[in-house]
Write a new protein. Structure first.
Length: 85
């Protein structure tokens, strides 16, 4: 397998089930993780567990039908500001 230490994996559904299982496997290889999930409480628990193994970023819980929260808008605007003309 290719060495993925210090690379970043973006995992949707990363707080439960298969997504969490994948996150755990990648955390053991020291990959950095960006997790999003609909379940905010499970996302916090996953962050606490996985951050003991590697660097974890959990911006907020997500839903494809919900309006983004103010925090997510702020992070998005700062993240993509460099691409605006």
């Amino acid at each position: 397998m290719t060495d993925i230490a210090n690379r970043t994996a973006f995992i949707t559904g990363g707080a439960n089930g298969i997504g969490l299982g994948i996150a755990r496997s990648l955390a053991r290889t020291r990959a950095k993780l960006a997790l999003v999930d609909l379940d905010a409480n499970a996302l916090e628990r996953a962050n606490a567990e996985l951050s003991e193994l590697t660097e974890v970023f959990t911006p907020c819980s997500t839903s494809v039908t919900a309006t983004p929260t103010h925090a997510w808008r702020m992070k998005r605007s700062r993240s993509f500001a460099r691409y605006r003309s």
